[in-house]
Every structure is written in structure tokens, then in C-alpha cells.
Design a protein around this ligand. Structure first.
Ligand code: BDP
Length: 599
């Protein structure tokens, strides 16, 4: 998937701004009508709709909502083909143009586009999007829709997320129109290796002649290959090798560009560029290697989350967060629990941040208890959930979107599924295989598992290249007893190592809720002292175990969750507050991580 950039042959028109918005009643149908005289309110796009207006009914609305706007199209925009692209609509979108349904898309964190060359007209066009935010046993993330009745009241519908973050929704990331010539470049895949060799593959919507150039970080041409003919399959690949290549790494994230120019039978040109790096990721002897050097992952599980904006696209927080990662000495983070915006990945490429790119597959456990919302009733998860097909779709879309980013070093297929239950291996084996098959770079793959999935019960450990474990000893159990917690942690890590002696292990999550400004000289639960001590004790365990290849603290910053009695104004495990102020633990990590080298 090519990111919509303006090039010599393509125009991009921003459709962000204020759209008309209304919540829809349950059962209400939209069929492309104009809805004149209807009460709409202004809604910024992109954004999460939830916190823009006051009231619980508004914020916690379950079901459909309608977004509309007019789109003006000029004659020039229709010289070739025109596409309408949404970077993400959470969780489902049905798109209407001039009263005609263009199609729908399921999955709230990945882009989709419709060609509108025929459906659009010069002048004014009516665009409408019906957005649905329900999470249930067929969606990713997964949730549950419940109907409740109270004496004398009409039935209420609640959507219980099977995950610990607020279900922000709406048109969350940018919307645009982009043009292409009649025959156009559909996809560019590119991979650079440590020895300077590179491999590219281009998909074209028809036939033509292709010119490929590689541009150095300064923009100079370092490779060219031309008059390559693209036949009926529309697919062409090639390879080459550069001398004295500058590798992409965390200190010097050198970015090269591949430029593809297609000329079709009528002499029309299409031109696109994609950034990439020369770098390699390997796993050997329980360690993770970047360009042949062992790399220890220091960082966080994050969320796209900030006050008022919720999970809506926000470049200010994206850049700020990268700056804070650098300040604290982190080199990586996980895009928990869904693929982040394309712009965030571009920033990580540019700034040398390593990413674990995670599918939006969270809540795949019918007994999920972190929020206590599902009552912890163990059911047969893999017979109950109906997510397998959709899971394939999101993995496919994620790899297609993110495959060229040098920052992505590991794919996460899911977070905390019921990996201890019968059926887990059968569910995940084909998904892991799919990712390996789709990724031209064959990056390592993981499934992030939780405490209930022990070295003895986990059914997916052998499927993973890296064992990524979320552990809360000293918080959800053994609370307050850090010595006991450390002993349990070490013992469990050793048992996992015995089971998978060749696999690197990393902590995908560990942390403690901490109220900023709450202090206690005895380091009691919820105090800043406890959080700092907790992270220190975990760090001491990791330092003694050579196969522990990384530590991702949960969480980078405090974040919003659904309302429940285990959460006071959201999840407070942030090392930074929600508005990005450091807690004591941030200073501890800064000391630990800056200059840290695992022996
Ligand atoms: C784990 C989840 C994460 C939660 C965290 C917590 O992976 O999403 O926010 O625990 O409880 O279960 O804070």
C-alpha cells in the first residue's frame, strides 16, 4: 500500500476539517438520503467523537453515527482516476457518495480506499460515512454487547470492551482524495540488507514500462534500472547491490528512497517514492540482533491516547512522545494494542525507534479480568469467538501497510489471548504462518501472553520467535510484596527458558498503577515510590538472566479506560501522566536506560 503523497503525477486533497455529525438510534437506517433539516453538530475530522460534547449518552454511545460533508471536485481532478482514502475509521465504516454506497470496511485501525472516478461529478458531491463502534465476538478488538433491564426502565444497551482502554471511535485518522493516472503503481515493496543488497517488487494496475531509482539519504541517485517492461501480471521485481551503504540503526537511522516511474502505452507517467532502510533483524542464541549486534529493547507498551483527543490522530503528541522516549533512554515501543498511525511509523523510521507492530487483536479471552468487566467467567474462548477470518484480514492489511518500515522489527499477532486454552495453537498457527508468508522481510513474530498462560500451560510458545510475556507479580498478585514478586518472576522466566531454550524472552508489560503526586516513605501501593521500586526490582531480575532480551514497561503514559471499579479515572500505570509529566519512575528509568548495555 502506497502512502498518499503528492508526486509529479499525483495530487492529494485533504478532506480533514469540520464535518456534520449525528448519533444514530438503534435500528435507524441510513440509505444515502440527504437528511435536510436534520440536527447535525460540527465534528472535527480526524478525531475520536467521544469527548467533543458533554454527556455520558454522547460519550458512551453504542452503535452507528453519521458523518457527512460536501466535497468539491474540479475537472482537473478527474483527468485520470480518483480515490477516496480513510486512514482509519473505528471500527466499521459504510461509505456513501451522492446517495450510492461505495462499500464498507471492517477494522478500526487500518486504511482503506475506494475508487470514485465514476461515482463522483465535477462540482459538489455529497459524502456520508456511517460509522459503527460496536465491539463483539466477531470484531478485533473483541467485546460483548449486553442488554440490561431495570424495573420500570426501558432496555439499555451496553458495549463491554474486552480490553483495558476506552473504546474511542469515529473517523480517527486523516481522510483524503488522491489522483492517479489511468494505469498506476499499486504497491511498492522494498527491502535493504546489511551487505548493501536490496530487493524490490512493484505491482501495477496494468502494463507499461518501469524505471527504478534508489536515492541516497541526501537525495542523490545511487542506482538506476530502466526500460523494465511490466507484463500482464502487473507485477515486476528486481534486485541490486549498493557499495558503501549506510545502515539504518537506532543511532543513525539512514533512510534511502526507492523511486518508481511507470510509463503506460499512452505515454502517461505515474511516479511514487517509498522510504526504506538497509538493516537486518536476526534471532540467535536467545538474543535479538540488529545488523549483527545484540540489541536489548528498552521502552514501553503505549497507547494512542491523550486528553480530549482520545485516540484521534494527533501529531503533536506523536512527536512529543518520541522526544520523551529519547529523553528517558528508550529505544523501542510496542504499538499496543493496534497498528498506530502511518505518520507515527514514519517518525519512528526517521528517529531510529524500534517497533513491535501489533495487530488490533486484543480481548481474545472470554475470561478477561483486568477490568473485571466480564466477570472472569471461563468459557471455551476458541469455540466462542468468531474472529479467525477477520484476524487474517487485519494481519494482511497491517503487513501490507507497514512492510517497508525499517522501524518495524517484530510483528505481534495478538495481545493476551487465551493461549492456555485448548484450541489456541490451532487458532494461531495459521495466523503466524500467514504473517511470515506475507512479510517480504520475514521478520520475527510473537504473540504476547499473560500470566494465566504459564510455561506449563501455554499452547503457543513454540509458534513465537520471541516469547513476549506480560507479568504483574507485585501488582495483581503478591501485591505490595516485591521480594516475593521477584522470586516468582525469576522462577517463571527460568521455567519458560527451560521449555524454549533457544528463544529470547522479553517482558511485554509490567507495571503498577501510580497516582502522580502520591508519596509514601514505605513505598505503599499506588505511590510513586512503589512504582519506581517495582521497576527497579524487575530490572534486577532481568539483569541476572542473559536470555531476557528486552523490557517494555506498562505503560508509557496514563490512559483512559472504560469506567469500572478497578480504574480511578483510567489506567494509572503510566511512567508519565496523561499530559506527559514524568513520575518518579521516569527518572529511575532514565538513569537505568541511558547507556544501559546488557552484558
Ligand atoms: C494487561 C493488558 C493491558 C492492560 C494491563 C493492565 O495487556 O491492556 O492495560 O494489563 O492491567 O492485561 O494495566
Amino acid at each position: 500500500m502506497i502512502y498518499p503523497n503528492i508526486t509529479e503525477s499525483r495530487m492529494v486533497f485533504d478532506l480533514n476539517g469540520i464535518w456534520d455529525f449525528c448519533l444514530m438510534e438503534e435500528g435507524e437506517v441510513y440509505a444515502g438520503e440527504k437528511r435536510e433539516g436534520f440536527t447535525f453538530c460540527p465534528m472535527p475530522v480526524p478525531s475520536a467523537f467521544n469527548e467533543i460534547y458533554h454527556g455520558r449518552d454522547f460519550a458512551d454511545h453504542v452503535g452507528n453515527m453519521l458523518y457527512t460533508r460536501t466535497v468539491l471536485v474540479t475537472e482537473e481532478m478527474l483527468n485520470g482516476r480518483l480515490f477516496l482514502r480513510f486512514a482509519s475509521v473505528t471500527h466499521q465504516a459504510q461509505v456513501w457518495l451522492n446517495g450510492v454506497c461505495l462499500g464498507s470496511h471492517k477494522g478500526g485501525f487500518l486504511p482503506f480506499a475506494f475508487e470514485i472516478t465514476q461515482a463522483v461529478r465535477v462540482g459538489k458531491n455529497d459524502l456520508a460515512v456511517v460509522v459503527n463502534n460496536i465491539v463483539d465476538h466477531t470484531t478485533l478488538p473483541a467485546g460483548r454487547l449486553v442488554r440490561q433491564t431495570f424495573p420500570g426502565l426501558k432496555e439499555e444497551v451496553h458495549n463491554l470492551p474486552n480490553f483495558d482502554f476506552y473504546n474511542y471511535s469515529g473517523i480517527m485518522r486523516p481522510v483524503c482524495l488522491y489522483t492517479t493516472p489511468d494505469t498506476f503503481l499499486e504497491d511498492i515493496s522494498v527491502q535493504g540488507k546489511m551487505d548493501g543488497s536490496f530487493f524490490w517488487k512493484i505491482q501495477v494496475s496494468g502494463m507499461g514500462s518501469l524505471k527504478i531509482r534508489i536515492l541516497s539519504p541526501e537525495g542523490g541517485e545511487v542506482y538506476v534500472s530502466e526500460n523494465l517492461s511490466v507484463g500482464e501480471s502487473g507485477c515486476l521485481w528486481g534486485e541490486g547491490r549498493l557499495e558503501h551503504v549506510r545502515l539504518w540503526d537506532t543511532k543513525h537511522p539512514w533512510l534511502y528512497q526507492i523511486e518508481a516511474v511507470l510509463v503506460d502505452g499512452n505515454g502517461k507517467r505515474d511516479c511514487c517514492r517509498e522510504s526504506f532502510g538497509f538493516r537486518e533483524v536476526h534471532i540467535r542464541d536467545c538474543r535479538l540482533y540488529l545488523n549483527g549486534e545484540p540489541v536489548y529493547l528498552k521502552g514501553f507498551g503505549k497507547h494512542e491516547d491523550s486528553p480530549v483527543r482520545g485516540r484521534g490522530f494527533d501529531l503533536v503528541y506523536a512527536v512529543k512522545d518520541i522526544a520523551l522516549l529519547k529523553w528517558i533512554g528508550a529505544n523501542s515501543f510496542r504499538t499496543s494494542h493496534y497498528p498506530y498511525s502511518e505518520e507515527m511509523l514514519q517518525l519512528c523510521d526517521r528517529e531510529g525507534i524500534l517497533l513491535i507492530d501489533e495487530a488490533p487483536a486484543v480481548g481474545l479471552h472470554t475470561a478477561f479480568t483486568a477490568t473485571g468487566m466480564l466477570g472472569g467467567k471461563a468459557e471455551n474462548t476458541w469455540a466462542t469467538l468468531k474472529t479467525a477470518k477477520h484476524h487474517r484480514q487485519v494481519l494482511q492489511e497491517m503487513v501490507e501497510r507497514d512492510k517497508n518500515h525499517p522501524s518495524v522489527i517484530l510483528w505481534s499477532v495478538a495481545n493476551e489471548p487465551a493461549s492456555e486454552e485448548e484450541g489456541a495453537r490451532e487458532y494461531f498457527a495459521p495466523l503466524v504462518e500467514l504473517v511470515k508468508e506475507l512479510d517480504p522481510q520475514k521478520r520475527p513474530v510473537t504473540i504476547v501472553t499473560y500470566e494465566g498462560s504459564s510455561p506449563e500451560s501455554c499452547k503457543v510458545a513454540e509458534l513465537c520467535d520471541v516469547l513476549m510475556l506480560n507479568r504483574y507479580r507485585g501488582w495483581y498478585d503478591t501485591e505490595g510484596n516485591l521480594k516475593g514478586a521477584a522470586a516468582l518472576l525469576k522462577d517463571e522466566l527460568e521455567r519458560f527458558h527451560l521449555r524454549c531454550p533457544d528463544k529470547p524472552i522479553m517482558l511485554g508489560e509490567y507495571g503498577a498503577d501510580t497516582i502522580a503526586g502520591f508519596h509514601d516513605s514505605n513505598a505503599r501501593l499506588f505511590s510513586e515510590e512503589y512504582q519506581a521500586e517495582f521497576l527497579k526490582v524487575y530490572g534486577e531480575v532481568f539483569d541476572t538472566l542473559p536470555y531476557v532480551t528486552g523490557e517494555h514497561v506498562w505503560n508509557f503514559a496514563d490512559f483512559a479506560t472504560a469506567e469500572n471499579i478497578r480504574r480511578v479515572d483510567g489506567n494509572k500505570k503510566g511512567v508519565f501522566t496523561r499530559d506527559r509529566k514524568p513520575k518518579m519512575a521516569a527518572h529511575f528509568l532514565r538513569k537505568r536506560w541511558n547507556g544501559y548495555k546488557k552484558g
